[in-house]
Design a protein around this ligand. Sequence first.
Ligand SMILES: *Cc1c(COP(=O)(O)O)cnc(C)c1O
Length: 228
Amino acid sequence: MSTIADNIAQVAARIRAAEQAAQRAEHSVRLLAVSKTKPSDAVREAYAAGVHDFGENYLQEALGKQLELTDLPLIWHFIGPIQSNKTRAIAENFAWVHSVDRLKIAQRLSEQRPAELPPLNICIQVNVSGEASKSGCTPADLPALASAISALPRLKLRGLMAIPEPTEDRAAQDAAFATVQKLQASLNLPLDTLSMGMSHDLESAIAMGATWVRIGTALFGARDYGQP
Ligand SMILES: *Cc1c(COP(=O)(O)O)cnc(C)c1O
């Protein structure tokens, strides 16, 4: 049996156990497989084991894999930092963007989303760990950004994304994810998505309302950024 398939089964069991612990419906949490730095063969293996949604951080790498995998009906999510000169390719080649943190980027994505494609699903990345992270809008800037993005014609604002600072303290981890959930609720917009939780903290994120968990290492193993 393949390791990736084993890992998927283990992560699916962790997700189900966390749903149950939080008295949430089965399949209320969806698995986004983060395939950054991993070859298209790993994506193929994960697809064969039942995963359809894949997250990528680096545009050129993602476009290369997409070309190698056009035979599969995959759903691609962009989850990395976005420079404005990358928005057109992102608008043309992804179904979701989880990492929008400023209006200029959202405006470009809306203008550049091809007319024949459905609206691009958007999560606003919010920074709930202050100095610890440079990515994400501040909680103070979130309400104005969310209302401006929800008015853009070719985008569909779905919810928030966050990467709280990792901590071994479960109560502190829960508190950080709870902050994201409260920020989302305070917006009073029809949002259905909370993209939060990674390999090490998915249980905490699911307890606090995550609907997408973004999982890399626990599915594909450690990433090697070192060697070419
Ligand atoms: C790499 C990455 C992940 C996956 O992290 P793991 O700890 O490997 O599960 C999730 N979200 C984002 C934004 C990432 O960059």
